[in-house]
Design a protein around this ligand. Structure first.
Ligand code: PGA
Length: 250
């Protein structure tokens, strides 16, 4: 069984290096010493490498919240996956709904994922329905998003890829979908991956859940939704809450 993966997406909630260092050192103190979970925090671009370089601990790995699909060249304002990797960043969130809402397409996500892997970053590719209809029609769109967002990756990449199921309507609140729904959707994602790459490769992809994860609902997500990790937004910026979530997976 792969180790559970707990990712903190700090978004722009943490806005200064001082604040970020404080949170990191609180996390280092509060995270369980013997956790079997992989723990990743994703600060915003101007803070990510500075934090990683100054971090003396071992328990926390670092991720970026996005990275461009080219590593170099005339691309004003973008962040190069090569620079992230060189700075010790190991993961990158791609296709987050907050990026998709600004116009990011599946094609862009697919290109970013391929470049990230080439630069040895592990992509955490977010997919999730905007809303649910009672006939299950949203599943067609959902399936298309998975196919297209992963279209430039290969079955041989499977063990380096994370797919985060993030229902857009569940992000930023306190309520997750029912555990059964999350479980069924994870199975649907796995089946879609098997259609693309075959069963063996599909089982190598880590599937995690994100959207309103908190200290109170984390145990249920482990026990009933059987998720093997979570992507946590606002509750990842509170050291006590994040440590409690990690403990639920340890
Ligand atoms: P949330 O965000 O935990 O604040 O809902 C999750 C995410 O956007 O990844």
């Amino acid at each position: 069984m792969a180790k559970p993966l707990i990712v903190g997406n700090w978004k722009l909630y943490i806005n200064s290096l001082v604040e970020a260092k404080k949170l990191l050192s609180a996390l280092d103190k509060k995270l369980p010493k013997k956790s079997s979970a992989l723990i990743v925090v994703c600060p915003q671009v101007p803070l990510a490498i500075a934090l990683k370089v100054g971090y003396r601990g071992r328990r926390i790995a670092f991720g970026a919240q996005d990275a461009f699909f080219e590593s170099e060249g005339a691309h004003t304002g973008e962040a190069s996956p090569h620079a992230f990797a060189e700075g010790g960043i190991e993961y990158v969130i791609l296709g987050h709904s907050e990026q998709r809402a600004l116009g990011e397409t599946n094609e862009i996500v697919a290109k970013k994922a391929a470049t990230a892997l080439r630069e040895k970053l592990k992509p955490i590719i977010c997919v999730g329905e905007r809303e649910r209809d009672t006939n299950g029609l949203y599943l067609n769109e959902f399936r298309k998003d998975i196919f297209e967002s992963l279209s430039r990756l290969e079955a041989t990449d499977a063990s380096k890829i994370v797919v985060a199921y993030e229902p857009v309507w569940a992000i930023g609140g306190e309520e997750t979908p029912e555990a059964r729904t999350i479980l069924e959707t994870s199975v649907f994602i796995r089946k879609t991956l098997a259609e693309m790459w075959g069963r063996d490769a599909a089982f190598k992809v880590r599937i995690i859940y994100g959207g309103s994860v908190n200290a109170a609902n984390a145990p249920l997500l482990v026990k009933e939704a059987k998720v093997s990790g979570v992507l946590v937004g606002h509750h990842s910026t509170d050291a006590d809450s994040f440590a409690t979530i990690v403990r639920a997976f340890s």
